[in-house]
Design a protein around this ligand. Structure first.
Ligand code: NAD
Length: 439
């Protein structure tokens, strides 16, 4: 195995990067784009996933991730540098290992079992001089603690002495048409300066700008700070949405007015709650670490409480709107429009739509849904009926529609025209019709 990672070899006057063989572990929303970007940057990549079914689909040239198209997968394949496997023995040829496996919560506590398992695979293949990069979001101290310790236990290789170890948080925003992997700066924090340099050299191939920081802990914390910042600010406007309704104030108009200030303000908008794999989860990783010191992270606790309360508030707003037309929630026909956790993608993970749906079903509502990005919406084992369009025929007989996620592809004109009442949880239909109300 090559002993030096990502250094430059002088050929004539130009620096040509040494060949890199990378293994990307975990081929989901994060890992698959990284594997594709690496192949397109000339890196020989093996994408590894424990899910053999996912690997089989990828081998057929089909992307299992809705934000990665079959065409981009095909382009990366065409480089001849990309292969997929679920056999850990295929990791042995790699000199760079990038870990992109999930870090969920289990009973509200960090669940690092998948990181542990991926690190075990890496440790069994690792050679001196290799580079290991953890991209999974986690609490500060994971890379130098859990990852380095486990690798040393299994391989006897010491981070910073025998191999390079870095944390480089993934900042991808699935579905964002403006910022992708290449034009989003990549933070890299290594166990030593040399580790940071090795990590920086690798990521420079993939992204326009690498931001080195002094250790993995700063890199781990930067990621948690970014998502905690969003979490807290979303909670701020969610709480204001509830209060502004009572005060008769249009919060969206106020936010847009405030956003004209050219400095010191960043707009956040209220919604039905927070979802996805980051905002509802990542702040809990920091809270957990802080609790170990006997302290609490009060901002996060309050923000979680406020954001978690939003689906219940949405349900009470629906009941209120129906009540105004003398309709009980029990027996009302309601369609949830957009059930993914955010616009532009079909990711249902932690979507507040589940919580809203559960409450509506419990109250006796007849619930259906519409989301062009989603193929099925199953709540507590019950597949809910899909409404295929927002046309007159499909919405006839519906009492109220809830605009839960405002995908840009939705027929919002049809929604406003054809639904007798609309609760707009996103402020996308402001002022369109008297039948539309906001949060
Ligand atoms: N999805 C996002 O928008 C996003 C953004 C930034 C950071 N992150 C973070 O990136 C990490 C990965 O998230 P994701 O959204 O890509 O997850 P994902 O669920 O989309 O994909 C993870 C993949 O890892 C595989 N896997 C699980 N255990 C494995 C193991 N031991 N070895 C190899 N593969 C394994 C799974 O089969 C799955 O295919 C998480 O820590 C997440 O918090 C996610």
């Amino acid at each position: 195995m090559t002993a030096v990672v990502g250094t430059a070899v002088q050929v004539g006057k130009s620096a040509v990067p040494a060949p890199v063989r990378a293994a990307v572990l975990g081929l989901g929303y994060v890992g698959l784009p990284v594997a594709l970007a690496a192949a397109e940057a000339g890196v020989d990549v093996v994408g590894f996933d424990v899910d053999a079914g996912r690997v089989a689909v990828l081998e057929m040239g089909r992307s299992p991730v809705d934000t990665v198209t079959d065409e981009s997968l095909g382009r990366a394949h065409a480089t001849g540098l990309l292969s997929f496997t679920s056999d850990p023995d295929d990791l042995a040829a790699a000199t760079t290992y990038v870990i992109c496996v999930p870090t969920p919560l289990l009973d509200k506590l960090p669940d690092l079992s998948m990181v542990t398992s991926a690190v075990e695979f890496v440790a069994r293949s690792l050679s001196p001089g290799d580079l290991v990069s953890l991209e999974s979001t986690t609490y500060p101290g994971t890379t130098e603690g859990l990852v380095a310790d486990l690798i040393e236990q299994i391989s006897s290789l010491v981070a910073g002495r025998d191999y390079h170890l870095v944390f480089s948080p993934e900042r991808i925003d699935p579905g964002n048409p403006e910022f992708g992997l290449r034009n989003t700066p990549k933070i890299v924090g290594g166990v030593t300066r040399e580790c940071t340099a090795a990590g920086t050299a690798f990521y420079r191939r993939l992204v326009d700008r690498v931001v080195p920081v002094s250790s993995p802990r700063e890199a781990e914390t930067a990621k948690l700070l970014e998502n905690t910042f969003r979490h807290v600010n979303i909670a701020l406007v969610n709480e204001m949405a509830v209060l502004c309704r009572e005060l008769g104030i249009d919060l969206h108009e106020a936010i847009d007015a405030a956003a004209t200030k050219p400095f010191g303000f960043m707009p956040f908008y209220p919604g039905p709650g927070v979802g996805g794999h980051c905002i509802p989860i990542d702040p809990a990783y920091f809270s957990w670490r802080v609790r170990q010191l006997g302290s609490s992270f009060r901002f996060v606790e309050l923000a979680t409480e406020i954001n978690d309360r939003m689906p219940s508030y949405v349900t009470s707003r629906i009941a209120e709107m129906l009540n105004a037309v003398r309709k009980p929630l029990n027996g009302a026909s309601i369609v949830l429009v957009g059930v993914a956790y955010k616009r532009g993608i079909g990711d249902l993970r932690q979507s507040p739509a589940f919580s809203v749906a559960r409450r509506l079903i419990r109250s006796g509502a007849e619930l259906s849904w519409h989301d062009p990005y989603v193929s099925e919406f199953v709540v507590d084992g019950l597949p809910l009926p899909e409404v295929k369009s927002l046309g007159r025929d499909t919405l006839s007989g519906v009492d109220l529609a809830v605009l839960h996620t405002d995908h840009s592809c939705l027929d919002l004109d049809g929604l406003v025209r054809n639904a007798p009442l609309v609760l707009d949880t996103r402020g996308a239909l402001n002022g369109r019709s008297p039948s539309v109300e906001g949060l």
